[in-house]
Design a protein around this ligand. Structure first.
Ligand SMILES: C[S@@+](CC[C@H](N)C(=O)[O-])C[C@H]1O[C@@H](n2cnc3c(N)ncnc32)[C@H](O)[C@@H]1O
Length: 269
């Protein structure tokens, strides 16, 4: 049973012996692989689409895995009960949809040890949501499949911290990543920025997972270069346009490119 690189990487993050829920399972390849390899004890497959859930069921039947599987039709984590699963996987959906799913039956997340998220679009909106809603970032990962680099974010709920957003829009040209020394050390979330339980989060970490910078992920340079190209393309598109909103956008792009170039520079050291 072969998995794509993206799904293989997600599978590698699931803990041995756990009970999992695969939300939005569709084809069911991931839970089937995890059961077949003996990595998980039990898997709950769920999908909001009847047709997709049937695909998952058929794949499990074909692989004689239905004894250790449950199938639930419904939206997001609403189909789960408290203390039922150790780990949850929500992969292959947009970051906004994933945030909405996490907003569902929230109470079940208290007992979940690991939530593995793989947004296809808008990962920055998902990270912002996670920071603001007291999630602890366990680890972040990049995986390349064909020409695309996918992001995987592993979190769990954390009670202690209240996160407050800090954006840099008022100081668009001020590059702060090196000022704060955050590219080198784990400082931003660990020391002086924590006061009265409030953590300020540099908005660059919505776009580039902090853990990826800290551990100098092997794909990070390529990932950042792609992002810089995107921002340069935006700048090119708006080069002959003026207006207040456009200026904010332009300054934001310039600031982000500068910060990303600094991160790239830091990766070399
Ligand atoms: C592109 S597939 C991803 C399949 C698999 N998780 C993967 O990563 O390869 C997205 C699946 O999510 C399902 N989906 C969309 N919204 C959902 C929701 N709110 N709750 C559960 N499943 C949902 C869709 O029906 C579809 O089967």
């Amino acid at each position: 049973m072969n998995l794509t690189e993206r799904l293989k990487k997600i599978a590698s993050l699931v803990s041995q012996g756990s009970i999992i829920a695969d939300i939005g399972t569709d084809h069911g390849y991931l839970p089937a692989y995890l059961l077949k390899k003996g990595i998980v004890k039990k898997a709950i497959l769920s999908d909001v689409s009847k047709g997709s859930l049937e695909k998952g069921r058929t794949w499990m039947q074909k692989n004689n895995l239905t004894e250790k599987a449950e199938f639930r039709l419904g939206s997001g984590i609403n189909i789960l009960n408290e203390n039922e699963v150790d780990e949850i996987i929500i992969a292959g959906m947009g970051g906004i949809l994933i945030s909405e799913i996490l907003e569902g039956k929230k109470e079940i997340l208290n007992s979940v040890k690991k939530i593995i998220l793989q947004p296809m679009q808008n990962p920055e909106i998902l990270r912002k949501y996670l920071y603001k809603n007291r999630y602890e970032f366990i680890s972040e990962h990049l995986v390349k499949e064909d020409f695309r680099i996918y992001e995987i974010i592993v979190v769990r709920l954390k009670e202690e911290n209240i996160i407050e957003e800090k954006t840099n829009e008022k100081e668009p040209n001020k590059s702060n990543i090196l000022d704060k020394n955050i590219a080198n050390e784990n400082k931003i979330l660990k020391n002086k920025n924590i006061s009265k339980g409030i953590i300020e989060v540099d908005d660059i970490f919505y776009e580039i997972g902090k853990d990826l910078i800290d551990k100098k992920d092997l794909l990070l340079a390529e990932f950042i270069q792609k992002k810089i190209k995107n921002y340069e393309a935006i700048l090119d598109n708006i080069k002959n346009i003026s207006g207040e909103k456009i200026e904010i956008k332009r300054n934001d792009c310039i600031r982000k490119i500068k910060t990303m170039e600094e991160i790239l520079e830091n990766l070399k050291s």
